[in-house]
Design a protein around this ligand. Sequence first.
Ligand code: RFL
Ligand code: PHB
Length: 391
Amino acid sequence: MRTTVGIIGAGPAGLLLARLLQNAGIAAVVLESRDREYVERRQRAGILEQGTVDVLRAAGVGARLDREGLTHDGIELRFDRRRHRVDLPALTGGRSVTVYAQTEVCKDLIAARLTDGAPLLFGAEALAVEGAGTERPRVRYRHQRRESVLECDYVVGCDGFWGVARAAMPPALTRTYERTYPFAWLGILADVAPSHDELVYAHSDRGFALLSMRSPSVTRAYLQVPEGTDAGDWTHGQIWDELDRRLEVDDPAWRLARGPVTATSVTPMRSYVHEPMRHGRLFLAGDAAHIVPPTGAKGLNLAVGDVVTFARALTTYTRTGETALLDGYSAACLRRVWQAERFSYAMTTLLHRAPDATPFDDRIQLAGLDRVTTSRAAETDLAEAYTGFPF
Ligand code: RFL
Ligand code: PHB
């Protein structure tokens, strides 16, 4: 098989890139190792930046997002038994975020691609990218037990952190930056209306908790747990009890509503950047190139930034023969990536309790939270980063 752009992975990065290229009249083939049902069910992100929503709308896949997405004009920071609301539009000149699950973004993009009759192969596992440094890079893949080769002008690795594309970058030209954290997130999905109408990020001496949502009737919540925790180590009752303790505030109006837990998961926390994000005609996008801890809600939004940058660069090249944007892809993406890395790291270390935290560390965190909630400059900094930097 032969195409212009070979896309490995049908997560948000690969699916959105395919859509943007389709809209620009550029042919692409998407190879996805999993089946459609798996991709549409994988529970992950929930928060879309304003810029991400704008991109999805402009790409013609915003109709259901506009109907079902929940616009949020604030987040709550909870610490020291106090509640503080960060008013996002007031601090950012009108920007907000939208709660619309990654599963729904993927469903909308898959439906659009299948309606277009454009190639998207499920159960097609990329085995290797070859010839990245040549004019004709290839993806070797297995589909329906047969090995085949996809010949391309460009290959974009959108295959997530565990994919194969990154391995085709020459090690001698590569540098990676990494940090792991000694804790993880235990996440639940529960059939109960969210206890608050905005997200709550809670610092407590028992560790971090996050109260989020998927819809007006579905709660999503997370607890900081020790690294290596198994979801089965906790009963549903214990999870609710712990959420209750970490979300405790001096406000008689506050009550955590409990309901049937329908799914649990554990997410390890990692910061990771692979530089550069391009070698020859192989480009990396999304989690294939970088990982952030989820505290800043940035992963999916970064993936969107990368593929918008690539689609713009290739469209410009196709129309004008100008290569500057393709050549500048890695540098343009990395600038945004490092801002998200910085913010995600800052939010993580501000809100989580490290297992070896000293009383000094605890006081520094509280001073940080005090600063964010009393200085308009500090709060604006948080709000700008949370609602997202321009693409
Ligand atoms: P994905 O979603 O991992 O998709 C990669 C796809 O590639 C496929 N694949 C292959 N296909 C063919 N051949 C191979 N050899 C392949 N190897 C892999 C995989 O099956 C998969 O379908 O990467 P992508 O597209 O870059 O998207 C990144 C996002 O998924 C990720 O950054 C976010 O989920 C991160 N994240 C959040 N991001 C946000 O912006 N806001 C949030 O609120 C947010 N919350 C979260 C999160 C991630 C979480 N977890 C579970 C890691 C909350 C959590 C708990
Ligand atoms: C989520 O709803 O899954 C979510 C929300 C905010 C985050 C991370 C995850 O920072």
